[in-house]
Design a protein around this ligand. Sequence first.
Ligand code: ZN
Length: 248
Amino acid sequence: MSIKVTIWNEGRHEKRDEEVRKLYPDRIDGQIAKGIASSEFEIRRVTMDDPEEGLPDSLLNDTDVLLWWGHIAHEEVSDALVDRVQQRVLKGMGIIFLHSGHHSKLFRRLMGTNANLSWRELDEGDLERVWVINPSHPIAEGLPPYFEVEASEMYGEPFDIPQPDELLFISWYSGGEVFRSGCTWQRGRGRIFFFSPGHETYPVYYNKEVLKVISNGIHWANQKHTSGWTLENWHRKVPLHEKTTPRS
Ligand code: ZN
């Protein structure tokens, strides 16, 4: 059975910036969808300017793994949508935050921190060398010990996040900084993966290793089972042992 993947892209740079439109004529979500296309994924693409900010309940509830790319319009995302997506994650939907998604209301809500970091955007970019420090993790499947993104925006430490459950990648930049560029967390029944390369003015989503990481991330974040109970606030009025013979 294929994994139902929804790519949520803010989609504003593609409307405003000629440079971004040239690089991603079918938008960032279009290039990602093309780059990870597989019979294992059923991919839907939405933007924040679609009805219901792109995520009506009918689509959200039918999504196994959500990808989130946002940057200049984080504050325009409604708190109501943040509430709905958070609850869906707690019930078991996987979510992958790409690049500047680290500063979205949704990521900050799920982390409980401001998720601030240091950054630098050069015209020619910084060389980013992504070190794979957890090679046995499913998200690292098929990756070499390191790969390079030739032109990248520098995202550096300190990164204001809770301690990751798993740290998969550490990036080094030609400018000298380092960054925890691949991290996972679990919240409720949901799996969260943050992966930092992906600035809109560089061709990052044409990089085959970057696409491999996203594709692996979808497989990892997809819940293997969603049947059964969720983590509710149970009022257990009757002790389990009340009607049984007390053990001597
Ligand atoms: Zn950026």
